[in-house]
Design a protein around this ligand. Sequence first.
Ligand SMILES: C[S@@+](CC[C@H](N)C(=O)[O-])C[C@H]1O[C@@H](n2cnc3c(N)ncnc32)[C@H](O)[C@@H]1O
Length: 421
Amino acid sequence: MEQVLTITQLNAKGEGISLDAAGHTILTPFTLPGEVVRGEVSLPLTHEAARADLLEVLTASSERQPAPCPYFGTCGGCQLQHMTPDFYVRFKKDQVIDSLRQQGVEAFVEDPVVLPPHLRRRINFKAQKVKGKVLLGYHQRRTHKVLDIHECPLLKPELSTLMTPLREVLLSILSPQEEVNLFLTLAENGIDMVLDFKQGKTLTLEMNQRLVEFGQKHRIIRMGMGEDLLFQREEPYVKFAGHMVKIPPNPFLQTSQEAEALLVKYVVENLTKPSKRIADLFCGLGTFSVPLADHGAVDAYESNKKSIHYLNYSQAKNPSPHKLQGIQRDLFVYPLTPQELNTYDVVVLDPPRAGAPAQVKNLVASQMRHVIMVSCNAQSFARDARILGKGGFMPGPIHLVDQFLWTPHMEMVASFRRPSP
Ligand SMILES: C[S@@+](CC[C@H](N)C(=O)[O-])C[C@H]1O[C@@H](n2cnc3c(N)ncnc32)[C@H](O)[C@@H]1O
């Protein structure tokens, strides 16, 4: 049903909120406060809110700008390209401030460092063969259909330029309707690529050969299919603070080298020096552990077996100045106990989006005085900051790194200290 909607404010996802005549909430993406728009209202999302598709902006906000990407609105990737840069920064900073306020956490939130486009070094493309053509790109907004795109302003050029050749090689590999997920990571020495076929796949010798040739031509130094290795010409590696670390297929890395450098800077700057013993929890491949091991001995904990294997393997080849050991452990099930925590001078914590309440509770129960928390989720960050606050930990300034350009997400780093009893 078509309706004229007046947007009063945005929710945390950046969707415009309006009320209809009966007082029901309607959420309209790609709108701004103060705008009057025409929307196609669909059935209620929840008992509290319905959703509308934006049909036309009748009265535009002065904070509206033309989207930099031709696929904006159709592609499921970016939601906030219609905001002017000033409005965008304020909106994203306010989300963090609001989350902290909701949890009763008082902290100084710095202005975000907004990183420019064309920096992203990891991407997951979707591809499907439809009517004799390969569609390649991302999921279309709110569907699982592949949106065929030919450019993406987020990506490093080394990854964007692969779109056309990928379509070409996949044309002879995909069967009609077949879908594949492609995970590409730009390492220092080339590209790591993993193909994940939705329905499983057996490659013929010819297909295999085509992929090998494609790899040779386009700097793909390692290619895998699911868990299997198709070829490896070199071991892909990245550098953390100048130290070489080999990476597993489709690794977790911060989105760009530039974002990673900023996050590492904030973590290391906040370190009390000297810190003899450091724990890095949810360490991944050692984004923070490796730079931290320039300053003290590091125990790096992580549940992913491959990450720990590659971290320890890289350390064996290129040891850090101080001892760094990767330890596989599920920190949700077995968070470090207060007794274990007491053996460290500082704990760095970078949990997944859900946060780490169990671990944070043990930090409060320990005698630790200093925690540095990194997070990509303002809600779980604020909740965990509240738990720390109740235990006497006071946050320093919260650094914001906008590494998820044009999305509502933000990366945060903050140091929490508590006085000696
Ligand atoms: C946001 S990433 C951070 C990784 C790393 N600190 C970095 O910056 O590259 C979160 C990490 O937590 C790990 N993880 C997820 N669940 C976990 C759990 N239950 N126990 C330990 N680690 C977990 C993931 O494998 C991932 O490496």
